[in-house]
Design a binder for this molecule. Structure first.
Ligand code: RAM
Length: 941
């Protein structure tokens, strides 16, 4: 077996405002006003409970250290056991220390503000200073005028706000390198003395390339693959660590290992090196504040020393080659003899691009124990982790010095049960670990990650056992917010696969895939998945950060590149592609809907507008019929002469997205109070619609080539006149049925397929698609044992062979966009665009598809929302949880008469927290305040 890596690095090589929703709200309002039998139950709601104020966050984070937002937004939650709690007023106090807060020596006091706003309240005090910590607390008043106690104090701490705050210099090892190949990872070190009692200490640090810092032999922080990936030409993130407890009096040492990462390691299928620069470098600044107020700064400068260590090669795609015999024991501790180390040199590089993180860093999130050791027909020893995962393997090994253990990583075994790596293309995903021979050795790689379920082991000293291997799951540390479960095990597996597709690809950047020589921030994939992503994990910081990179990499023409960070058309022109570049409008609007984040919308607005204006320069007669587009990527294709496949015309797709982006821009302009723009883009949207109908819609209601995606886009983007919608939906449903309840959609049509059907009276067809388990369908991969979402509907074909190895990822979240429908329609947790961020909730489950039990919950900024329904003996039970300071409109499906409905065993009229009840079609509609409600009723036959 050859250890190619060690010897010669191989040629490593939102959804939008929905028509129906709107119609629903409008008609609901009408019903509440006009219904002949409205029950006004406000008396029951008037009793207001005692409450507390808790869960304080600043810029969505708990006690963040090192932020650079000039006016941080403060949020809190109200808590109470009783129903119907809303906030009537709040007061925020900020002080420069705990003692000052206790003394009432305040930096800012908002005073009592009459407002029900409890999330994203702008700090409005004096200007904030670099490195300063601000302690804050809040109290709230309910509608009865009762105040909560003050919350427990929370804090935020500012990072380095100005380039001039950095006294550190960029440094790189002084030696020359052949940058046409991978080089060993450099170690940089510096000793310094601490004299006096330390109050606190912070390390501000970043790198060109990746870094891992150590203080006195101990790792700094638990983030990995820092500083993450941004549009490095314009924005480079630095991290701030509280290292107070890692320092000691007397001699100390700081050591940093640098890796190539995305900065200069091989990237894309062309394995291009040195994308952003050809030298790795460090920028580090340690700020020690002594008890007596003195400040000492230890900064990267020409006095540092450099050497190399055990990491001979570490690249994102290629893996790592580590020789433990080369470890420099004690190198990041004081007293280490570095006389033979090289000098460093100062590198000229910008500091005005440094920004504090907006998104949590990547971390080791969980550990997976392997389930089996396999011996393949080809004679390989393969560890099966039972889950397609992303991260790396921690191995524990004991053996003679110089033994090299090789781990290769793969997502699947082939039909014969052999290890299969062809779909990785040039990504070697290989770890070579050479033992030091000193006792039990534990190893994890450093500047790389792998996408895998199976690991082939070679060179193991003796027999490997399962205990020797642990899968370390790595991704951006985004809090889990959503849970979805049902009575159907296969749908639960689908939900699991969606979540794992997200875990595997939310690696600081939303990537298409985590395993082959790609792993790029494909805009189309991110666009289609954003809304689903926001159910599973809290992605607000993650997308806010990435959208800044979208804007940063947007071309002067307004065109948005295919991938962000843009490594495909960096320094080149590009036109973007419909459905991909529209991420510039769709994602900010999604953040606004899901998190009510007006600031993200405001920040992105110029980018949104530039994108729409770019299309305008390319459009002809209000249709976008020029340029090159990906189209409905990977839609159903066949060689059957009878049915050519589901190819939707690119002119139609591009024009539909042009309309949609103009529509979202006009909505954003309205929210932001830009009246002129709102008018301009509403008119543009209307004109595109007219042109779209003229060009693509026949008098009898056929849209384009009558593909599923054509109907889906036309309906979802609100392009058809009202009288044509039912017919379009009917034709769509008929097409689905004609193909035996199969979908034929690709990346662009799939996300909205079920939504459009259920919104337009075709719920049964939507469920038939969801339950389908033969190709093409969501459950087909599940039936093949998938543990993540596949790139293609038939990554593994029914005969067990694989799709084209050139493009066959088994961890590609795009088709997981069905998750949105599972949460918002099946479980029924939906957003009112007029009160975004779940301030006004729409709970409107749509039972069907043979399901008898569905439970979903979502952690919002206000607290937990839950919707769980059960069907038994012709009765429905719906348990709903509404967080404090929000209200909900709850639709009880299939409830014919108000008087049949019980809430916690009581008639509705007696239920606390319920303010209004009305009836519409086959449902009873309940308006409620916060609290948990248990509705039961017989279903209409
Ligand atoms: C593939 C990517 C991605 C898709 C593009 C068009 O290479 O994997 O998913 O958006 O092509």
């Amino acid at each position: 077996m050859s250890h190619a890596l060690c010897v010669a690095p191989v040629a490593l090589s939102p959804a939008l405002l929905r028509t129906v929703l709107r119609a629903f709200i409008v008609s609901l309002a009408a019903i509440v006003v006009s219904s002949s039998t409205p029950s006004s139950l406000s008396a029951a709601a008037a009793a207001t409970p005692r409450h507390t104020t808790a869960a304080l966050t600043t810029e969505y984070q708990t006690d963040p250290v090192g932020i650079d937002v000039a006016r941080p937004r403060l949020s809190w939650q109200l808590r109470s056991d009783a129903r119907g709690l809303t906030q009537a007023a709040y007061q925020i106090q900020v002080a420069l220390g705990m003692d000052a807060l206790a003394r009432g020596d305040l930096f800012w006091d908002s005073g009592k503000i009459a407002s029900d706003q409890s999330v994203q309240v702008d700090y409005a005090g004096p200007v904030l200073s670099s490195s300063q910590r601000y302690i804050w607390r809040v109290r709230t008043w309910n509608r009865s005028g009762e105040a909560s106690d003050w919350s427990a104090p929370a804090f935020w701490e500012m990072g380095l706000l100005r380039p001039s705050d950095w006294s550190a210099a960029w440094i790189t090892p002084a030696w020359d390198e052949d940058t046409s190949k991978s080089n060993p990872a450099p170690l940089l070190r510096k000793e310094f003395a601490v004299e006096g009692e330390i109050r606190d200490a912070r390390l501000y640090v970043t790198s060109l390339g990746l870094y891992e810092a150590e203080l006195n032999g101990q790792r700094v922080g638990d983030a990995v693959l820092t500083p993450g990936w941004t549009s490095y030409d314009h924005r480079l993130v630095y991290q701030t660590y509280d290292v107070t407890s890692q320092l000691k009096s007397g001699a100390n040492a700081l050591g940093v290992t640098l890796g190539n990462g995305w900065y200069r390691g091989p990237l894309t299928w062309d394995l291009e090196r040195n994308t952003y620069g050809d030298r790795v470098a460090l920028l580090a600044q340690l700020r020690i504040t002594y008890a007596d107020g003195r400040i000492q700064t230890i900064a990267s400068d020409a006095s540092w020393k450099a050497s190399t260590g055990p990491i001979l090669l570490s690249e994102i795609y290629a893996g790592e080659c580590y020789d433990a015999r080369l470890k420099k024991s004690g190198w990041s501790q004081p007293g280490y003899d570095d006389r033979d180390w090289s000098a460093v040199r100062v590198l000229d590089h910008r500091k005005d691009i440094l920004v504090a993180p907006l998104s949590p860093p990547m971390r080791r999130i969980e550990e997976i124990k392997p389930v089996a050791i396999l011996h393949t027909p080809a004679g390989e020893t393969v560890i099966d982790f039972g889950q397609n995962m992303v991260g790396w393997v921690r191995l524990k090994v004991h053996g003679p010095a110089g033994t090299t253990v090789t781990l290769r990583h793969a997502e699947v075994l082939d039909k014969a049960g052999n290890f299969y790596t062809a779909n990785l293309r040039h990504a070697a995903q290989q770890i070579d670990y050479t033992l030091s021979g000193r006792g039990d050795e534990t190893f994890e790689p450093h500047f790389t990650f792998q996408g895998f379920r199976y690991v082939a082991v070679q060179g193991w000293p003796g027999e490997p056992s399962l205990e020797s291997f642990t899968g370390i799951v790595v991704h951006s540390d985004l809090p889990r917010t959503g849970h979805w479960e049902s009575s159907n095990a296969r749908l639960n597996q689908l939900q699991h696969n969606i979540l794992w597709g997200q875990k595997g690809n939310f690696v600081d950047v939303p990537t298409d895939c985590p395993q082959r020589d790609e792993r790029l921030g494909w805009t189309g994939d991110a666009q289609v998945f954003a809304r689903t992503a926001a159910f599973n994990l809290n992605v607000v910081g993650f997308f806010t950060k990435w959208l800044r990179d979208v804007a940063a990499d947007q071309k002067p023409s307004g065109a948005v590149p295919f991938v962000i960070p843009d490594v495909l058309s960096r320094n080149k022109e590009t036109e973007g592609s419909s459905g991909w570049s529209d991420v510039a409008t769709i994602a900010p609007w999604t953040l606004y809907l899901v998190y009510g984040d007006r600031r993200a919308l405001e920040t992105q607005y110029p980018s949104m507008k530039a994108w729409v204006e770019f299309i305008r320069t390319r459009a002809k007669g209000d249709l976008w019929t020029t340029g090159w587009h990906f189209g409905d990527w990977l839609s159903y294709a066949t060689t059957s002469p009878d049915y050519p496949g589901a190819t939707t015309g690119k002119d139609l797709i591009a024009s539909a997205f042009y309309a949609h982006s103009a529509d979202l821009l006009s909505k954003a302009a309205t929210v932001l109070g830009k009246a002129d723009d709102a008018r301009t883009y509403t008119e543009l949207f209307e004109r595109i619609k007219v042109a779209f109908n003229r060009e693509f819609v026949t008098p009898s209601g056929r849209v384009g080539e009558a593909t599923q995606t054509a109907y889906v886009l036309a309906l979802q983007f609100d392009l058809l006149p009202e009288d044509k919608r039912p017919e379009a939906a009917r034709r769509l449903a008929a097409d689905v049925k004609r193909f035996g309840n199969h979908l034929t959609t690709g990346f662009l049509g799939t996300p909205y397929l079920c939504r459009v059907l259920s919104d337009h009276g075709q719920l049964d067809t939507a469920y038939a698609l969801l339950n389908q388990d033969t190709y093409p369908s969501w459950l087909y991969p599940v039936s093949q044992g998938a543990t993540t979402i596949w790139e293609r509907w038939d990554g593994i074909k029914p005969d067990g062979t694989f799709q084209d190895a050139g493009m066959n990822s088994f961890n590609h979240y795009a088709y997981g966009a069905i998750g949105d429908w599972m949460y918002s329609v099946v479980a029924g947790i939906d957003i009112d665009p007029a009160a975004p961020g779940y301030k006004h909730l729409l709970i409107q489950p749509r039972p069907g598809g043979g399901l008898t039990d569905v439970r979903a919950r979502l952690e919002t900024q206000y607290g937990q929302v839950a919707s769980a329904w059960k069907l038994a003996d012709g009765h429905l039970e719906l348990v709903v949880e509404i967080p404090p300071n929000t209200r909900a409109t709850i639709r009880l499906p299939g409830a014919a008469r108000m008087k049949d409905v019980r809430e916690s065993g009581q008639p509705l009229a007696r239920a606390a927290g319920i303010t209004q009840v009305s009836r519409r079609d086959d449902a009873v509609i309940v308006a409620a305040g916060s609290g948990e409600y248990r509705f039961t009723y017989p279903l209409r036959r």
